[in-house]
Ligand binder design. Structure first.
Ligand SMILES: NC(=O)c1ccc[n+]([C@@H]2O[C@H](COP(=O)([O-])OP(=O)(O)OC[C@H]3O[C@@H](n4cnc5c(N)ncnc54)[C@H](OP(=O)(O)O)[C@@H]3O)[C@@H](O)[C@H]2O)c1
Length: 290
């Protein structure tokens, strides 16, 4: 099997690459970044697929992920998160390949008081969320079967910039930090999602042909806010920095953030028989690996 992974330099792409290189797989994994496959260019995408052998599975980890900048770069974000996804879906159709696409908790408005299920109403409140939702919809229309969408949230990893690496950097520079305490969710350690992805692509449920395209939710288990997350990061890393809880209103950003994006993970856990690890345990695993 030839498996294409886009976004090779991103958090999830690199976490997948690490797991794939540590184990022996019968499949051939091809990791590409924007140098090989630029999702901002329709002709670039066609050129890449016209010049490579066909794939059996495409895992799309690439995305325009700069939530605040997207407010100013809506067209580019839409090209990468929506139009390119539609194009990948139509190429996957032609190649009779399966498509796995990664989406976000930001498709929700965050006003619910319960963890979001896959069937709950979407209503994104920022440009990034809108373009990701448009990508999900275009994928479902173009590929009514043989694809899956995994929505994830609050991702961190050993790679690139993320909340954990930013807290560790700021915590060493400052004595005190203000962190938002009225946005609730659950972090996702990218290695956990990468390992779930590798389990899913091996499964009979994923490999069976003509299955209706499905959406799944995946993050670590548990419920926290960013302030609690920062406190736990400093506790484990033994960083002496005081954390003060503040409200979203006290920390204005160009893009609005949803208040509660906790997701219900029962569907993915049950269908693919996955054990979802609690966020605190995963954070411990992250600190062991750095
Ligand atoms: N991070 C989170 O908290 C979070 C939360 C919810 C959902 N998600 C979703 O999870 C997935 C993976 O996220 P991540 O955190 O791994 O993202 P990331 O670290 O920002 O990686 C995204 C990758 O996409 C690549 N990319 C951007 N524009 C591209 C283009 N025009 N052509 C080709 N590649 C391009 C980037 O390439 P360069 O390295 O060259 O810039 C980057 O390597 C995304 O679908 C994201 O929407 C993430």
């Amino acid at each position: 099997m030839r498996i294409l992974v886009t976004g090779k330099n991103g958090q999830l792409g690199r976490s997948l690459h690490k797991l794939v290189s540590e184990k022996k797989y019968d499949n051939e994994f091809i990791f590409v970044g924007r140098e090989e496959l630029d999702l901002s260019s329709e002709s670039g995408i066609n050129h890449y697929f016209d010049n490579n052998d066909k794939f059996d599975i495409i895992i799309n980890c690439a995305a325009y992920t700069q939530v605040d900048k997207a407010e100013q770069e809506a067209e580019l974000a839409n090209q990468i998160n929506h139009l390119a996804v539609k194009q990948l879906a139509s190429i996957a159709n032609k190649q009779q390949a399966k498509l796995m696409h990664i989406s976000t908790d930001y498709v929700f408005d965050g006003e619910s008081d319960k963890p979001y299920k896959e069937t709950d109403k979407t209503n994104p409140i920022n440009v990034y969320g809108k373009t990701k939702l448009a990508g999900e919809k275009a994928l479902q229309e173009t590929m009514p079967t043989d694809a899956i969408i995994i929505r994830t949230s609050w991702m961190y990893s050993e790679y690139g910039n993320n909340f954990v690496s930013t807290m560790l950097r700021l915590g060493k520079e400052r004595d005190e930090l203000n962190v938002v305490s009225d946005q609730i969710g659950s972090p996702t350690y990218a290695t956990d999602l990468a390992s779930a992805i590798l389990e899913i692509i091996k499964s009979k449920e994923f490999r069976e042909e003509n299955q209706t395209t499905q959406i799944y939710h995946y993050s670590n288990e548990g419920e926290i806010n960013w302030y609690e997350f920062a406190k736990e990061i400093f506790k484990i890393a033994k960083v002496d920095c005081k954390v003060n809880p503040i409200t979203t209103q006290q920390y204005p950003t160009p893009a609005k953030r949803p208040k509660n994006t906790l997701m219900n993970k029962d569907k993915i856990a049950e269908i693919f028989n996955l054990k979802i690890i609690n966020w605190k345990k995963s954070l411990g695993g992250y600190f062991q690996s750095i």
